[in-house]
Design a protein around this ligand. Structure first.
Ligand code: F0G
Length: 470
Protein backbone atom coordinates (compact mmCIF):
# COMPACT_ATOMS: atom_id res chain seq x y z
CA UNK A 1 0.00 0.00 0.00
CA UNK A 2 1.56 3.33 -1.05
CA UNK A 3 2.00 5.19 2.20
CA UNK A 4 5.49 6.63 2.52
CA UNK A 5 6.84 6.88 6.02
CA UNK A 6 6.18 10.34 7.36
CA UNK A 7 7.09 12.17 4.18
CA UNK A 8 4.02 14.41 4.41
CA UNK A 9 3.92 14.53 8.20
CA UNK A 10 7.54 14.82 9.33
CA UNK A 11 7.68 15.04 13.12
CA UNK A 12 8.97 18.27 14.63
CA UNK A 13 10.14 19.08 18.15
CA UNK A 14 8.40 21.68 20.24
CA UNK A 15 8.54 22.83 23.87
CA UNK A 16 5.38 21.99 25.82
CA UNK A 17 5.46 25.33 27.67
CA UNK A 18 6.87 28.14 25.53
CA UNK A 19 6.26 26.56 22.11
CA UNK A 20 9.87 27.03 20.95
CA UNK A 21 10.53 24.62 18.05
CA UNK A 22 14.24 23.68 17.98
CA UNK A 23 15.67 21.74 15.01
CA UNK A 24 17.34 19.35 17.43
CA UNK A 25 17.24 18.66 21.15
CA UNK A 26 19.91 19.48 23.74
CA UNK A 27 21.60 16.54 25.52
CA UNK A 28 19.21 16.85 28.49
CA UNK A 29 16.13 17.09 26.23
CA UNK A 30 15.10 20.33 27.95
CA UNK A 31 14.01 23.44 26.08
CA UNK A 32 17.01 25.79 25.85
CA UNK A 33 14.67 28.78 26.14
CA UNK A 34 12.59 27.87 29.22
CA UNK A 35 13.87 24.52 30.52
CA UNK A 36 10.60 22.58 30.13
CA UNK A 37 10.12 19.29 28.27
CA UNK A 38 10.05 18.80 24.51
CA UNK A 39 7.51 16.79 22.54
CA UNK A 40 7.09 15.69 18.96
CA UNK A 41 4.22 17.10 16.96
CA UNK A 42 3.11 16.28 13.44
CA UNK A 43 2.10 19.37 11.45
CA UNK A 44 -1.10 18.72 9.55
CA UNK A 45 -2.64 16.04 11.73
CA UNK A 46 -4.74 18.36 13.86
CA UNK A 47 -6.45 19.69 10.70
CA UNK A 48 -8.31 16.42 10.32
CA UNK A 49 -11.69 17.88 11.25
CA UNK A 50 -11.48 20.67 8.66
CA UNK A 51 -13.17 19.65 5.42
CA UNK A 52 -10.95 22.03 3.42
CA UNK A 53 -7.80 20.67 4.95
CA UNK A 54 -8.10 16.88 5.09
CA UNK A 55 -5.58 14.85 7.06
CA UNK A 56 -2.44 13.80 5.22
CA UNK A 57 -2.95 10.20 6.28
CA UNK A 58 -6.04 8.24 5.35
CA UNK A 59 -7.42 6.30 8.33
CA UNK A 60 -8.85 3.34 6.40
CA UNK A 61 -5.63 2.94 4.37
CA UNK A 62 -3.53 3.03 7.54
CA UNK A 63 -5.64 0.37 9.25
CA UNK A 64 -5.38 -1.90 6.23
CA UNK A 65 -1.62 -1.34 5.92
CA UNK A 66 -0.99 -2.15 9.59
CA UNK A 67 -3.09 -5.28 9.31
CA UNK A 68 -1.21 -6.38 6.18
CA UNK A 69 2.12 -6.03 7.95
CA UNK A 70 1.13 -8.69 10.47
CA UNK A 71 1.57 -11.24 7.70
CA UNK A 72 4.97 -9.86 6.68
CA UNK A 73 8.31 -11.56 7.47
CA UNK A 74 10.20 -8.24 7.77
CA UNK A 75 11.57 -7.62 11.27
CA UNK A 76 10.18 -4.08 11.39
CA UNK A 77 6.72 -5.22 10.32
CA UNK A 78 6.75 -7.93 12.99
CA UNK A 79 7.47 -5.40 15.72
CA UNK A 80 4.30 -4.17 17.44
CA UNK A 81 5.94 -0.73 17.52
CA UNK A 82 7.47 -0.27 14.06
CA UNK A 83 4.38 -1.76 12.43
CA UNK A 84 2.78 1.62 13.23
CA UNK A 85 5.75 3.64 11.96
CA UNK A 86 3.58 6.15 10.08
CA UNK A 87 2.75 7.62 13.49
CA UNK A 88 6.38 7.74 14.69
CA UNK A 89 9.24 10.17 14.01
CA UNK A 90 11.35 8.98 11.11
CA UNK A 91 14.39 6.80 11.86
CA UNK A 92 16.28 5.13 9.00
CA UNK A 93 15.47 1.40 8.91
CA UNK A 94 19.14 0.37 9.17
CA UNK A 95 19.32 2.02 12.60
CA UNK A 96 16.19 0.43 14.03
CA UNK A 97 16.99 -1.88 16.95
CA UNK A 98 14.11 -4.26 17.50
CA UNK A 99 13.51 -7.27 19.74
CA UNK A 100 10.03 -7.90 18.38
CA UNK A 101 8.45 -5.67 21.04
CA UNK A 102 4.76 -4.85 21.34
CA UNK A 103 2.21 -7.39 20.06
CA UNK A 104 1.05 -7.78 23.65
CA UNK A 105 -2.12 -9.65 24.60
CA UNK A 106 -5.45 -8.22 25.70
CA UNK A 107 -7.04 -10.42 28.35
CA UNK A 108 -10.50 -10.57 29.90
CA UNK A 109 -10.35 -10.42 33.72
CA UNK A 110 -13.63 -11.99 34.84
CA UNK A 111 -12.84 -12.40 38.56
CA UNK A 112 -11.25 -8.98 38.84
CA UNK A 113 -14.32 -7.55 37.10
CA UNK A 114 -16.54 -9.03 39.81
CA UNK A 115 -14.22 -7.71 42.54
CA UNK A 116 -14.32 -4.22 40.99
CA UNK A 117 -18.06 -4.23 40.27
CA UNK A 118 -17.81 -3.80 36.50
CA UNK A 119 -19.05 -6.10 33.75
CA UNK A 120 -16.51 -5.58 31.01
CA UNK A 121 -12.90 -5.52 32.22
CA UNK A 122 -9.80 -6.27 30.19
CA UNK A 123 -6.07 -5.90 30.68
CA UNK A 124 -3.52 -5.01 28.04
CA UNK A 125 -0.44 -6.76 29.36
CA UNK A 126 2.62 -4.71 28.50
CA UNK A 127 4.62 -7.01 30.77
CA UNK A 128 4.58 -9.46 27.85
CA UNK A 129 7.31 -7.49 26.09
CA UNK A 130 10.86 -8.84 25.48
CA UNK A 131 12.30 -7.55 28.77
CA UNK A 132 8.93 -8.00 30.53
CA UNK A 133 7.82 -4.39 30.87
CA UNK A 134 6.15 -1.66 28.79
CA UNK A 135 9.47 0.17 28.57
CA UNK A 136 10.50 -1.82 25.49
CA UNK A 137 7.99 -0.07 23.24
CA UNK A 138 9.59 3.30 23.90
CA UNK A 139 13.10 1.98 24.19
CA UNK A 140 13.17 0.46 20.70
CA UNK A 141 12.53 3.92 19.21
CA UNK A 142 14.76 5.95 21.54
CA UNK A 143 17.68 3.49 21.44
CA UNK A 144 17.42 3.49 17.63
CA UNK A 145 17.64 7.26 17.63
CA UNK A 146 20.84 6.99 19.76
CA UNK A 147 22.21 4.55 17.19
CA UNK A 148 21.33 6.84 14.30
CA UNK A 149 23.17 9.66 16.07
CA UNK A 150 26.20 7.35 16.52
CA UNK A 151 26.36 7.54 20.33
CA UNK A 152 28.72 5.07 22.01
CA UNK A 153 27.05 5.42 25.43
CA UNK A 154 23.42 5.55 26.49
CA UNK A 155 22.24 6.08 30.07
CA UNK A 156 19.20 6.22 32.33
CA UNK A 157 18.15 6.67 35.94
CA UNK A 158 15.66 3.99 36.83
CA UNK A 159 13.54 2.19 39.37
CA UNK A 160 14.50 -0.98 37.47
CA UNK A 161 12.45 -1.58 34.36
CA UNK A 162 13.86 1.23 32.24
CA UNK A 163 17.38 0.05 33.06
CA UNK A 164 16.59 -3.55 32.10
CA UNK A 165 15.06 -2.44 28.83
CA UNK A 166 17.77 0.08 27.98
CA UNK A 167 20.55 -2.40 28.71
CA UNK A 168 18.97 -4.96 26.38
CA UNK A 169 18.44 -2.56 23.46
CA UNK A 170 21.90 -1.02 23.91
CA UNK A 171 23.44 -4.50 23.80
CA UNK A 172 21.52 -5.34 20.61
CA UNK A 173 22.68 -2.07 19.05
CA UNK A 174 26.33 -2.52 20.10
CA UNK A 175 26.22 0.49 22.40
CA UNK A 176 27.45 0.76 26.00
CA UNK A 177 24.92 1.49 28.71
CA UNK A 178 25.14 3.24 32.07
CA UNK A 179 22.46 2.57 34.67
CA UNK A 180 21.87 4.71 37.78
CA UNK A 181 19.55 3.02 40.28
CA UNK A 182 18.66 3.72 43.91
CA UNK A 183 20.58 1.32 46.13
CA UNK A 184 18.40 -1.33 47.79
CA UNK A 185 15.16 -0.08 46.28
CA UNK A 186 14.80 -2.12 43.12
CA UNK A 187 13.82 -5.74 42.71
CA UNK A 188 16.49 -8.37 42.10
CA UNK A 189 14.77 -9.46 38.91
CA UNK A 190 15.26 -6.06 37.30
CA UNK A 191 18.78 -5.56 38.63
CA UNK A 192 19.82 -8.97 37.36
CA UNK A 193 18.55 -8.15 33.87
CA UNK A 194 20.71 -5.02 33.63
CA UNK A 195 23.76 -7.02 34.73
CA UNK A 196 23.09 -9.80 32.27
CA UNK A 197 22.65 -7.40 29.36
CA UNK A 198 26.06 -5.93 30.20
CA UNK A 199 25.26 -2.49 31.61
CA UNK A 200 27.61 -0.51 33.81
CA UNK A 201 25.28 -0.53 36.80
CA UNK A 202 25.76 2.07 39.55
CA UNK A 203 23.68 1.69 42.70
CA UNK A 204 23.60 5.19 44.15
CA UNK A 205 22.92 5.88 47.82
CA UNK A 206 19.86 7.98 47.04
CA UNK A 207 16.36 7.55 45.66
CA UNK A 208 15.17 7.59 42.01
CA UNK A 209 14.82 11.37 42.06
CA UNK A 210 18.43 11.68 43.27
CA UNK A 211 19.58 9.41 40.43
CA UNK A 212 17.76 11.65 37.91
CA UNK A 213 19.54 14.75 39.24
CA UNK A 214 23.00 13.17 38.86
CA UNK A 215 22.22 11.85 35.40
CA UNK A 216 20.91 15.20 34.16
CA UNK A 217 24.20 16.83 35.20
CA UNK A 218 26.19 13.98 33.67
CA UNK A 219 24.65 14.23 30.19
CA UNK A 220 25.43 17.95 30.13
CA UNK A 221 29.12 17.09 30.50
CA UNK A 222 29.62 13.80 28.69
CA UNK A 223 28.65 12.54 25.21
CA UNK A 224 26.05 10.19 26.69
CA UNK A 225 22.57 9.79 25.22
CA UNK A 226 19.80 10.15 27.80
CA UNK A 227 17.16 7.41 27.62
CA UNK A 228 14.76 8.43 30.39
CA UNK A 229 11.23 9.31 29.34
CA UNK A 230 12.09 13.02 29.08
CA UNK A 231 13.51 11.80 25.77
CA UNK A 232 10.51 12.38 23.44
CA UNK A 233 11.39 9.36 21.29
CA UNK A 234 10.47 7.17 24.29
CA UNK A 235 7.01 8.75 24.43
CA UNK A 236 6.48 8.23 20.70
CA UNK A 237 7.27 4.50 20.95
CA UNK A 238 5.05 4.08 24.00
CA UNK A 239 2.13 5.55 22.03
CA UNK A 240 1.91 2.30 20.10
CA UNK A 241 0.43 0.42 23.10
CA UNK A 242 -2.70 2.54 22.68
CA UNK A 243 -2.74 2.17 18.89
CA UNK A 244 -2.37 -1.59 19.14
CA UNK A 245 -5.07 -1.67 21.82
CA UNK A 246 -7.54 0.15 19.55
CA UNK A 247 -6.72 -2.25 16.73
CA UNK A 248 -7.38 -5.20 19.07
CA UNK A 249 -10.74 -3.64 19.96
CA UNK A 250 -11.70 -3.22 16.28
CA UNK A 251 -11.08 0.57 16.61
CA UNK A 252 -13.99 0.80 19.06
CA UNK A 253 -12.59 2.64 22.11
CA UNK A 254 -13.43 1.46 25.64
CA UNK A 255 -15.06 3.92 28.06
CA UNK A 256 -12.02 3.95 30.35
CA UNK A 257 -8.30 3.25 30.19
CA UNK A 258 -6.50 3.09 33.53
CA UNK A 259 -2.72 3.41 33.93
CA UNK A 260 -0.25 3.50 36.82
CA UNK A 261 1.51 6.82 37.34
CA UNK A 262 5.18 7.10 38.31
CA UNK A 263 7.32 9.48 36.28
CA UNK A 264 4.17 9.95 34.14
CA UNK A 265 5.74 9.23 30.75
CA UNK A 266 3.47 6.29 30.01
CA UNK A 267 0.20 8.06 30.73
CA UNK A 268 1.41 11.00 28.63
CA UNK A 269 2.25 8.65 25.75
CA UNK A 270 -1.05 6.78 25.83
CA UNK A 271 -2.99 10.03 26.05
CA UNK A 272 -1.00 11.55 23.17
CA UNK A 273 -1.78 8.51 21.04
CA UNK A 274 -5.50 8.77 21.81
CA UNK A 275 -5.60 12.45 20.83
CA UNK A 276 -3.63 11.82 17.65
CA UNK A 277 -5.82 8.86 16.70
CA UNK A 278 -8.88 11.06 17.13
CA UNK A 279 -7.32 13.80 14.96
CA UNK A 280 -6.52 11.23 12.27
CA UNK A 281 -10.05 9.78 12.52
CA UNK A 282 -8.69 6.36 13.45
CA UNK A 283 -11.13 6.48 16.37
CA UNK A 284 -14.31 8.49 16.68
CA UNK A 285 -14.31 9.26 20.42
CA UNK A 286 -11.89 9.43 23.34
CA UNK A 287 -11.78 6.96 26.23
CA UNK A 288 -11.30 8.60 29.63
CA UNK A 289 -7.68 8.09 30.68
CA UNK A 290 -7.29 7.79 34.46
CA UNK A 291 -4.00 7.72 36.37
CA UNK A 292 -3.44 5.87 39.65
CA UNK A 293 -0.59 6.44 42.09
CA UNK A 294 0.51 4.69 45.26
CA UNK A 295 -0.48 6.68 48.36
CA UNK A 296 3.17 6.85 49.41
CA UNK A 297 4.26 8.28 46.04
CA UNK A 298 1.36 10.52 45.09
CA UNK A 299 2.64 13.94 43.97
CA UNK A 300 0.48 13.97 40.83
CA UNK A 301 -2.64 12.91 42.71
CA UNK A 302 -2.02 15.77 45.14
CA UNK A 303 -1.26 18.20 42.35
CA UNK A 304 -4.63 17.55 40.71
CA UNK A 305 -6.76 17.16 43.84
CA UNK A 306 -5.18 19.85 46.03
CA UNK A 307 -3.76 22.38 43.59
CA UNK A 308 -6.05 21.96 40.57
CA UNK A 309 -3.01 20.94 38.52
CA UNK A 310 -1.50 24.45 38.88
CA UNK A 311 1.70 23.19 40.51
CA UNK A 312 3.32 20.03 41.78
CA UNK A 313 4.99 19.60 45.14
CA UNK A 314 7.61 16.83 45.13
CA UNK A 315 7.30 14.24 47.92
CA UNK A 316 9.75 11.81 49.51
CA UNK A 317 8.33 8.71 47.89
CA UNK A 318 7.84 5.42 49.69
CA UNK A 319 5.94 2.36 48.45
CA UNK A 320 6.57 -1.37 48.12
CA UNK A 321 5.59 -0.93 44.47
CA UNK A 322 9.19 0.13 43.84
CA UNK A 323 8.68 0.77 40.11
CA UNK A 324 6.60 3.85 40.95
CA UNK A 325 8.58 5.00 43.98
CA UNK A 326 8.96 8.46 42.43
CA UNK A 327 8.51 11.78 44.22
CA UNK A 328 9.11 14.34 41.46
CA UNK A 329 7.62 13.12 38.18
CA UNK A 330 9.23 14.69 35.12
CA UNK A 331 6.25 14.46 32.76
CA UNK A 332 3.50 15.75 35.07
CA UNK A 333 2.50 18.61 32.76
CA UNK A 334 2.16 16.28 29.78
CA UNK A 335 0.09 13.87 31.90
CA UNK A 336 -2.11 16.67 33.19
CA UNK A 337 -2.84 17.79 29.64
CA UNK A 338 -4.05 14.33 28.54
CA UNK A 339 -5.93 13.75 31.79
CA UNK A 340 -7.87 16.96 31.17
CA UNK A 341 -8.28 16.40 27.41
CA UNK A 342 -9.79 12.94 27.91
CA UNK A 343 -11.81 13.78 31.06
CA UNK A 344 -9.98 11.19 33.16
CA UNK A 345 -9.54 11.02 36.94
CA UNK A 346 -6.68 10.59 39.39
CA UNK A 347 -6.70 8.21 42.36
CA UNK A 348 -4.32 7.05 45.06
CA UNK A 349 -4.30 3.57 46.56
CA UNK A 350 -2.82 2.10 49.73
CA UNK A 351 -0.17 -0.58 50.04
CA UNK A 352 -2.72 -3.18 51.15
CA UNK A 353 -5.04 -2.31 48.28
CA UNK A 354 -2.16 -2.73 45.84
CA UNK A 355 -1.16 -6.10 47.29
CA UNK A 356 -4.71 -7.46 47.20
CA UNK A 357 -5.30 -6.22 43.65
CA UNK A 358 -2.07 -7.88 42.54
CA UNK A 359 -3.19 -11.20 44.03
CA UNK A 360 -6.59 -10.84 42.33
CA UNK A 361 -4.96 -10.27 38.94
CA UNK A 362 -2.82 -13.33 39.66
CA UNK A 363 -5.92 -15.34 40.55
CA UNK A 364 -7.31 -14.56 37.09
CA UNK A 365 -4.30 -16.47 35.71
CA UNK A 366 -2.56 -13.32 34.46
CA UNK A 367 -0.29 -11.84 37.14
CA UNK A 368 1.67 -8.59 37.09
CA UNK A 369 4.16 -6.66 39.16
CA UNK A 370 2.96 -4.53 42.09
CA UNK A 371 3.06 -1.18 40.25
CA UNK A 372 0.72 -2.55 37.58
CA UNK A 373 -1.81 -3.65 40.19
CA UNK A 374 -2.54 -0.06 41.22
CA UNK A 375 -4.78 0.01 38.14
CA UNK A 376 -7.23 -2.57 39.54
CA UNK A 377 -7.05 -1.06 43.04
CA UNK A 378 -7.76 2.35 41.49
CA UNK A 379 -10.62 1.01 39.37
CA UNK A 380 -12.34 -0.27 42.52
CA UNK A 381 -12.19 3.22 44.01
CA UNK A 382 -13.29 4.91 40.79
CA UNK A 383 -16.27 2.54 40.65
CA UNK A 384 -17.16 3.21 44.28
CA UNK A 385 -17.04 6.96 43.64
CA UNK A 386 -19.37 6.56 40.64
CA UNK A 387 -16.82 7.80 38.08
CA UNK A 388 -16.78 4.34 36.47
CA UNK A 389 -20.25 2.85 35.96
CA UNK A 390 -20.96 -0.89 36.25
CA UNK A 391 -21.81 -1.12 32.54
CA UNK A 392 -18.72 0.80 31.33
CA UNK A 393 -16.00 -1.01 29.40
CA UNK A 394 -12.60 -0.69 31.08
CA UNK A 395 -9.04 -1.55 30.02
CA UNK A 396 -6.25 -1.70 32.59
CA UNK A 397 -2.70 -1.21 31.33
CA UNK A 398 -0.54 -3.77 33.13
CA UNK A 399 2.99 -2.47 32.86
CA UNK A 400 5.23 -5.22 34.20
CA UNK A 401 5.41 -9.02 34.38
CA UNK A 402 4.65 -10.96 37.59
CA UNK A 403 8.19 -12.39 37.64
CA UNK A 404 9.77 -8.94 37.90
CA UNK A 405 9.29 -8.90 41.68
CA UNK A 406 8.77 -12.41 43.10
CA UNK A 407 9.92 -11.29 46.57
CA UNK A 408 6.80 -9.17 46.91
CA UNK A 409 4.60 -12.05 45.82
CA UNK A 410 6.18 -14.58 48.16
CA UNK A 411 5.99 -12.21 51.11
CA UNK A 412 2.32 -11.51 50.37
CA UNK A 413 1.36 -15.17 50.25
CA UNK A 414 3.37 -16.04 53.35
CA UNK A 415 1.71 -13.16 55.21
CA UNK A 416 5.02 -11.30 55.68
CA UNK A 417 4.18 -8.30 53.53
CA UNK A 418 1.38 -7.11 55.78
CA UNK A 419 3.56 -7.69 58.80
CA UNK A 420 5.82 -4.94 57.35
CA UNK A 421 2.87 -2.68 56.69
CA UNK A 422 1.35 -3.23 60.12
CA UNK A 423 4.67 -2.39 61.72
CA UNK A 424 4.78 0.79 59.64
CA UNK A 425 1.52 1.72 61.37
CA UNK A 426 -0.56 2.43 58.28
CA UNK A 427 -3.16 -0.22 59.05
CA UNK A 428 -4.85 0.67 62.34
CA UNK A 429 -7.95 -1.40 63.17
CA UNK A 430 -11.24 0.02 61.94
CA UNK A 431 -9.60 1.75 58.96
CA UNK A 432 -10.32 0.82 55.33
CA UNK A 433 -6.86 -0.76 55.22
CA UNK A 434 -7.73 -3.07 58.13
CA UNK A 435 -10.71 -4.34 56.09
CA UNK A 436 -8.43 -4.83 53.07
CA UNK A 437 -5.89 -6.67 55.26
CA UNK A 438 -8.66 -9.03 56.40
CA UNK A 439 -9.59 -9.64 52.75
CA UNK A 440 -5.98 -10.53 52.02
CA UNK A 441 -6.30 -13.73 54.06
CA UNK A 442 -8.65 -15.14 51.42
CA UNK A 443 -6.17 -14.39 48.67
CA UNK A 444 -3.04 -15.74 50.37
CA UNK A 445 -1.79 -19.15 49.23
CA UNK A 446 1.28 -19.89 51.33
CA UNK A 447 3.26 -22.96 50.25
CA UNK A 448 2.59 -26.05 52.40
CA UNK A 449 5.66 -27.92 53.67
CA UNK A 450 4.96 -31.65 54.15
CA UNK A 451 6.80 -34.90 54.66
CA UNK A 452 7.32 -36.86 51.43
CA UNK A 453 4.24 -38.92 52.19
CA UNK A 454 1.23 -39.71 49.99
CA UNK A 455 -1.20 -39.54 52.90
CA UNK A 456 0.00 -36.05 53.82
CA UNK A 457 -0.48 -34.80 50.25
CA UNK A 458 -3.97 -36.32 50.05
CA UNK A 459 -4.89 -34.70 53.36
CA UNK A 460 -3.69 -31.33 52.01
CA UNK A 461 -5.71 -31.83 48.83
CA UNK A 462 -8.87 -32.72 50.80
CA UNK A 463 -8.43 -29.72 53.09
CA UNK A 464 -8.01 -27.40 50.08
CA UNK A 465 -11.15 -28.85 48.48
CA UNK A 466 -13.15 -28.26 51.70
CA UNK A 467 -11.86 -24.68 51.93
CA UNK A 468 -12.71 -23.96 48.30
CA UNK A 469 -16.37 -24.77 49.09
CA UNK A 470 -16.59 -22.46 52.10
N1 F0G B 1 4.75 0.41 36.02
C1 F0G B 1 6.00 -0.09 35.98
C2 F0G B 1 6.14 -1.56 36.04
C3 F0G B 1 7.11 0.77 35.86
O1 F0G B 1 8.33 0.25 35.79
C4 F0G B 1 6.90 2.16 35.83
C5 F0G B 1 8.03 3.09 35.73
C6 F0G B 1 5.58 2.62 35.87
C7 F0G B 1 4.54 1.73 35.97
C8 F0G B 1 5.25 4.06 35.79
O2 F0G B 1 5.39 4.55 34.50
O3 F0G B 1 7.01 6.34 35.01
O4 F0G B 1 5.85 6.24 32.81
O5 F0G B 1 4.59 6.83 34.88
N2 F0G B 1 9.22 2.75 35.83
C9 F0G B 1 10.37 3.61 35.58
C10 F0G B 1 11.65 2.83 35.57
C11 F0G B 1 10.38 4.90 36.24
O6 F0G B 1 12.71 3.43 35.82
O7 F0G B 1 11.63 1.65 35.27
P1 F0G B 1 5.73 6.08 34.28
Amino acid sequence: MPIAQNTETAAKLRCISCGAAPDSAAQDFRCTACGDLLEFFFPGWTCGSDAFNPPALDAAALKALWLDRRASCEALDQSGVWRFRELLPHIAAEHAITLGEGNTPLYHLPRCARAAGVENLRAKHQGMNPTASFKDTGMTVAASSAHERKFRWVACASTGNTSASMAAYAARGNMHSLVLIPEGKISWGKLSQALDYGALTCQLRTDFDGCVRILTDLVRQKPVYLLNSVNPYRIEGQKTAAIELMEQLGWEPPDHIIVPGGNLGNSSAIGKALLEMLALKLISRLPKLSIIQAQGANPFYRSVREFGGKKIEPVIADTLATAIRIGNPASWKKALRVLQATGGEVEEVSEVEIANAKAEIGADGIGCEPASAVTLAGLKKLHRSGFVKSGDSVVLILTGHALKDPDFTIKFHRGDLFADILVAGSCASGTPDAAEAAKARYLQRAPVVLDADLGAVIAALDAAERNSKC
